[in-house]
Design a protein around this ligand. Structure first.
Ligand SMILES: Nc1ncnc2c1ncn2[C@@H]1O[C@H](COP(=O)(O)OP(=O)(O)OP(=O)(O)O)[C@@H](O)[C@H]1O
Ligand SMILES: [Mg+2]
Length: 182
């Protein structure tokens, strides 16, 4: 089975692509934004930035990784519509997938700042339930986001586990505290 790792900044078109894969591949789409908005439906549009909500978000993502890996083991293609800004996050998920006999595929959606700003602004105007982001944040995130390299896009061997971690699965259970070691 294939685990699609959707990578990109806000407004890059991740959920749009994830929904296409959901149909074309009959895949299970796991979009943490949907879960966060459903569970914390009374949040203000900027509340998602709070440290408490960031912690909740990581817990939601951890359980979605767990259920996604299980579903792929059971024979379903899975789309993780997460963003996955960090190379280590992608390496960890690729490694866990490989250990479970699942093929991971990084799907990268690049976006420049001007187009991103246009899309996020128009989406927020038409769907006020979306998370609010200001221009300074959007611009700053381009400096934080780690663009996937050719090795990741082609499914080349996964880099070594960072120091202090036994396995990539151990790293992942630290990154996503609700995710057990798989
Ligand atoms: N290829 C595209 N060309 C033009 N507009 C697009 C494209 N893909 C998506 N959009 C539009 O851009 C907006 C953002 O798309 P989408 O919600 O898929 O992005 P996202 O990466 O999931 O964002 P977020 O990280 O905030 O969830 C939407 O209004 C969508 O219709
Ligand atoms: Mg989205």
């Amino acid at each position: 089975m294939t685990l699609y790792l959707i990578v990109g900044l806000p407004g890059a078109g991740k959920t749009t692509r994830a929904k296409e894969l959901e149909v074309s591949e009959s895949a299970l789409r796991l979009t943490p934004d949907d879960w966060q908005r459903a569970i914390f439906c009374d949040d203000s549009p900027t509340r998602w930035r709070s440290s408490e909500r960031v912690d909740h978000r990581e817990r939601i993502e951890g359980k979605l990784v767990e259920v996604g890996m299980r579903a792929a083991q059971l024979g379903v293609d899975v789309v993780l519509d997460f963003g996955l800004w960090g190379r280590d996050e992608r390496s960890a998920l690729r490694s866990i997938a490989a250990s479970l006999g699942i093929v991971a595929q990084v799907v990268y959606l690049p976006i420049d700042y001007a187009e991103q700003r246009r899309r996020v602004t128009s989406r927020y105007a038409s769907e006020p339930g979306q998370f609010q982001m200001d221009d300074t944040e959007l611009e700053g995130w381009h400096g934080v986001f780690q663009v996937p390299d050719e090795d990741e896009l082609s499914g080349a061997p996964i880099p070594p586990v960072p120091p202090g971690h036994r396995t990539w699965s151990h790293w992942a259970s630290t990154r996503w505290p609700s995710l057990p070691e798989l």
